[in-house]
Design a protein around this ligand. Structure first.
Ligand code: RM4
Ligand code: MN
Ligand code: MN
Length: 426
């Protein structure tokens, strides 16, 4: 199944009249407030988010997994799914592979397939949280932090393999997320675990090509429930500093204890030039991996406000690598991803509407009520016509989810792949 330009213009037709009205009205409102609508549209059109290769099939919980019909059964089909998302939304221009779940067999064919969909290879992700078949050493008690040198060496070698795989595809960054930690007090030595992790990461860092970046992810708990070696942004930041200038912290929205002020973490990291990557999802309780924007859209907006400020004011921070990191347990993964992409763009667009000059003035004048008004005025604007216009300009769908249903995409995928195909991943 491939969505052609003709398919898109056909399905767009019925949504055009309403869109034209809505967009004209919003443009007028925004222009009167002094916004440069063309500049905002350009930024929205340029904003691309990587889709992780493991999010295209149904996820699961430790209690079970309910498969979704027509799941991509191999890497080729996963790339095709991202191609569908990109054709509809024009905002999913990259894929992020998890190794060893998605090792390419024919590199040239995989590269060509992605290029045909206009898709790049973003960060590659290593996996030392599961034991692989025939592996000599086990990660049961940790990987890069393990007390056993042989285990650490195996985990280091795996990360270097992942870099080599990514290099052949055009990736430029490695994301390391460790499940390492302990489940019971006294089980491990905090200092030794941290020291080992630092040394292991330094070894991986040394093997990175010059134009690559290392992203170090953090998470407070799970799968270990007493302690996690890289538990928070501070630990990640410290490790990144110890590795060198190509190492950065990666923020995953679900990897925080409830009510953590993530926007403040973002601001701190960007000021220090160390925010490298970003994983989007939403949560009610922990690492729930729910659809972005489905539970706390205002928090997402505040985070984007900090990101936009950083992108405009912190040249010391590289442009972050954006990725969705969610799990689709009960919805069609492609529909869920489209909802996520829409929510990300929406929060970004609203953050672009915050009048930074006036906010700065109000902050200096300690006019607290005005500060809140300025943020909420942007947040309360319905920016969806801007998103639709940016998609339309880039050749996408005015209403991606409706178009997906109008075109019966899932039905076509089930016909092609069968009802029982299963995607590799969690
Ligand atoms: C982890 C973490 C990583 C992702 C895995 C699958 O919780 O978020 O980024 O690679 O899940
Ligand atoms: Mn993540
Ligand atoms: Mn996670």
């Amino acid at each position: 199944m491939k969505i052609s330009q003709q398919h898109l213009s056909e399905t767009n037709k019925k949504y055009v009249p309403a869109h034209e009205n809505n967009f004209a009205f919003l443009s007028d409102v925004l222009q009167k407030k002094g916004h440069d609508v063309a500049a905002i549209l350009k930024k929205l059109g340029d904003f691309q988010v990587a889709i992780p290769s493991w999010a295209l099939g149904a996820g699961g919980t430790r209690f079970g997994r309910f498969g979704f019909q027509g799941e991509p059964g191999n890497l080729e089909q996963k790339i095709d799914d991202v191609g569908l998302l990109h054709a509809l939304t024009q905002t999913a221009g990259a894929i992020s592979l998890h190794i060893p779940w998605d090792i390419p067999k024919d590199y040239t064919a995989i590269r060509e397939r992605a290029a045909a969909h206009g898709i790049l290879f973003d960060a590659v992700n290593s996996n030392t949280f599961q034991d692989q078949v025939n592996a000599k050493e086990s990660y049961r008690f940790g990987s890069l932090s393990n007390t056993s040198k042989a285990v650490r060496q195996q985990a280091i070698a795996h990360n270097i393999d992942v870099v080599n795989i990514g290099n052949r595809l055009g990736s430029k960054s490695l994301t390391v997320w460790l499940a390492d930690g302990t489940s019971f007090p006294g089980q491990g030595n905090f200092q030794k675990a941290l020291q080992h992790t630092q040394e292991s990461l330094q070894e991986i860092y040394t093997a990175l090509p010059d134009d690559w970046k290392l992203f170090i992810e953090y998470k407070p708990y799970e799968p270990n429930f007493y302690s996690t070696v890289i538990q928070d942004w501070g630990t990640s930041f410290m490790l990144a500093q110890a590795c060198g200038e190509k190492a950065y912290t990666l923020v995953d929205l679900g990897h925080h204890l409830p009510n953590t002020n993530i926007e403040q973490i973002v601001a701190t990291l960007m000021l220090k030039g160390k925010l490298g990557g970003f994983h989007f999802n939403d949560s009610k309780y922990g690492d729930d991996d729910l659809t972005v924007g489905s539970v706390k859209p205002y928090a997402l907006f505040l985070i984007f406000n900090a990101l936009v400020y950083g992108m405009e004011n912190n040249p010391q921070n590289p442009y972050p690598a954006w990725m969705i990191d969610a799990s689709h347990n009960i919805k069609d993964p492609l529909e869920d991803l489209m909802q996520s992409l829409e929510a990300i763009q929406e929060a970004y667009a609203k953050a672009l509407l915050v009048d930074q000059e006036q906010l700065n003035e109000a902050q200096r004048a300690h006019d607290v009520a005005r500060c809140q008004e300025l943020l909420q005025d942007a947040y309360r604007t319905d920016v969806r016509p801007l998103l639709a216009q940016a998609r339309l300009t880039n050749g996408g769908a005015l209403e991606p989810l409706k178009a997906y249903r109008d075109l019966n995409v899932r039905k076509a995928l089930v016909q092609e792949r069968g009802a029982n195909s299963i995607a590799s991943g969690l």
